[in-house]
Ligand binder design. Structure first.
Ligand code: ATP
Ligand code: MG
Length: 372
């Protein structure tokens, strides 16, 4: 089992004026499934390549189980990496592709045979061992690439968007395969993805990055329910979280989120925190997830709803089968709500909108940090 540590790691590519990775500190505990997410170019692949020894760190220490590996060669790091484009050898059979790393390490023939067949069974590609990569589908090729990683029995698996070339159905299947593999092997996985469902379902810890820095490293639940700032809140979640700008007003007895057009009563607990933090009369941003918006044709009863409510018009609706998205418009702002497809609203219809008090998020409008 292996713990992976980045300590004050910096990366500046030769000839570049800016750091791609800035003072990066992160620990992946032994046996953890750590997922890296962030916009294109934020440095995810750079981090994996430095860990795998394919790229030098400009400064700082990369540790595996507390041992500095900056100067250890890639092949001696006990790490296997799976790339987005599979990187298979086209003229070798599937068997030879999987066996390649073991042959380099001069393992006995019988052991190579045994390991390759065992990996092929796990991945359900035994019938293809004598074929060439071009004779396989994308999903099968991706499994060969995984096979090549598994046979090396590494302490750490690095995967850089391994499923992004696959169609939606295969992705779901391979997601399950990798999840099973992780549970079976109990090794440390570091996984890069653009896919939020992969991040949320596979990760034991998610690291959200922007411009070479960590914005939040936390459990999937906390990343979703307690995002550290507006960027994290909007990066994770589909449809994206709604933001509404307003000001905190009122008095101790009744605290209002005032958008100028609407004054929404803030539930007591959140109101208390906002006042304690000195936000009376200050500008804030309200974050509301699509599933926390309740829509009704008639007004909510006084005691039916603890939260905030106002009226809005259904500008557009999207039927997704399992859910319906309602685009609600009220002259001042637009919100997207996710509702049950059994609730039927027409476009142009006026609806009563309720915002769940418990799940409302308030952010500082300047720093964009989460307040409560
Ligand atoms: N060999 C290189 N030389 C110079 N700059 C590089 C090199 N490789 C990457 N970069 C730059 O470093 C930054 C981070 O690149 P990286 O590939 O790590 O991003 P990423 O987060 O993996 O993006 P994506 O999601 O698009 O794969 C980018 O601005 C990129 O242009
Ligand atoms: Mg990348």
């Amino acid at each position: 089992m292996a713990r992976v540590t980045f300590s004050n790691v910096k990366k500046r590519y030769a000839g570049e004026r800016q750091d791609t990775i800035e003072n990066f500190n992160l620990e992946a505990e032994s046996g953890q499934f750590l997922v890296l997410v962030g916009p294109s170019g934020c440095g995810k692949s750079t981090l994996l390549r430095m860990l795998a020894g394919l790229e030098d760190a400009t400064e700082g220490d990369i540790l595996i189980d507390g041992k500095r590996v900056n100067d250890v060669s890639s092949k001696d790091r006990n790490i296997a990496m799976v790339f987005q484009n599979y990187a298979l050898y086209p003229h070798m059979s599937v068997f030879e592709n999987i066996a390649f790393g073991l042959r380099l390490r001069k393992l006995p023939k019988a052991e190579i045979q045994e390991r390759v067949v065992r990996a092929a069974r796990i991945l359900d590609i035994e019938p293809f061992l004598s074929k060439q990569p071009r004779q396989l589908s994308g999903g099968q090729r991706q499994r060969v690439a995984l096979g090549r990683a598994i046979v090396r029995e590494p302490e750490v698996f690095l995967m850089d968007e391994p499923l992004s070339n696959l169609d939606a159905k295969l992705r779901v299947q391979m997601r399950e395969e990798i999840g099973k593999l992780y549970r079976k092997l109990g090794r440390t996985f570091i996984y890069v993805t653009h896919d939020q469902i992969e991040a949320m379902t596979m990760g034991t810890k998610i690291v959200v990055m922007r411009s070479g820095k960590i914005l939040q490293a936390d459990t999937p639940e906390n990343i979703y329910n307690r995002p550290a700032n507006m960027f994290v809140a909007s990066f994770i979640g589909s449809p994206p979280i709604n933001f509404v700008h307003g000001r905190i007003k009122g008095d101790e007895a009744k605290v209002i989120f005032d958008t100028r057009r609407y004054g929404l009563h803030i539930p007591a607990e959140k109101a208390g925190i906002l006042l304690d933090k000195g936000y009376m009369n200050k500008q804030v941003v309200l974050g509301v997830r699509a599933e926390d918006i309740v829509c009704k044709a008639s007004a909510f009863a006084e005691d039916e709803f603890i939260g905030m409510q106002y009226k809005s018009t259904v500008e557009m609706k999207e039927l997704l089968g399992s859910d319906t998205y309602l685009y609600l418009h009220n002259k001042e702002h637009r919100l997207v709500a996710r509702v049950s497809p059994r609730i039927r609203f027409e476009e142009g219809q006026e609806v009563h909108v309720g915002l769940e008090g418990e799940s409302l998020l308030f952010f500082d409008s300047g720093t964009e940090e989460l307040l409560c």
